[in-house]
Design a binder for this molecule. Structure first.
Ligand SMILES: [Zn+2]
Ligand SMILES: [Zn+2]
Length: 148
């Protein structure tokens, strides 16, 4: 994606264009796997990212629904951008996350955003039964193509 396309995405999510936002957006869009703060810092070493700025940037991305957080088994947060979320974002600013699963590789611990068919969980039924669902996530465990 070129700079102009990246800027366009930020504008669609009502975010001001900054250099840090552009490079973090670019990185996460290119990455098939969810990344930790330190992985992002390492990947963008050349930019000498300030830790606090990176935290803020990632939180902002999550707040507006551009990126999402994924917890590892060790309860660390990873960040990912699911490209469908970006493509399907409409201008009404609804928080509409495209349904997708997380594939966790048992060999390398990498977490991939993974497309799934809609309606795999009957949320309505669960809510009728009295469960209040704040967030839902489907996790798949196995071996990724790199480790196979
Ligand atoms: Zn793997
Ligand atoms: Zn994801």
């Amino acid at each position: 994606m070129n700079d102009e396309q990246l800027k366009q995405i930020l504008r669609e999510f009502d975010l001001k264009v900054t250099k840090v936002r552009l490079c973090v957006l670019d990185l996460l869009l290119q990455s098939r796997i969810a990344m930790s703060h330190s992985q992002i810092t390492d990947a963008l070493e050349a930019f000498e990212l300030d830790k606090v700025t990176l935290y803020r940037t990632l939180n902002t991305f999550v707040e507006v629904g551009l990126a999402h957080k994924v917890a590892t088994d060790e309860r660390n947060w990873l960040y990912a951008i699911y490209s469908e979320d970006v493509q399907q974002h409409n201008h009404q600013h609804e928080h509409h996350e495209s349904p997708h699963a997380h594939f966790i590789c048992e060999a390398c611990d990498k977490i991939y955003c993974f497309p799934i068919e809609e309606k795999q969980i009957d949320l309505k039924k669960a809510e009728l039964e009295g469960f209040s669902i704040k967030q839902h996530e489907i996790r798949l465990h196995g071996t990724c193509p790199v480790c196979k």
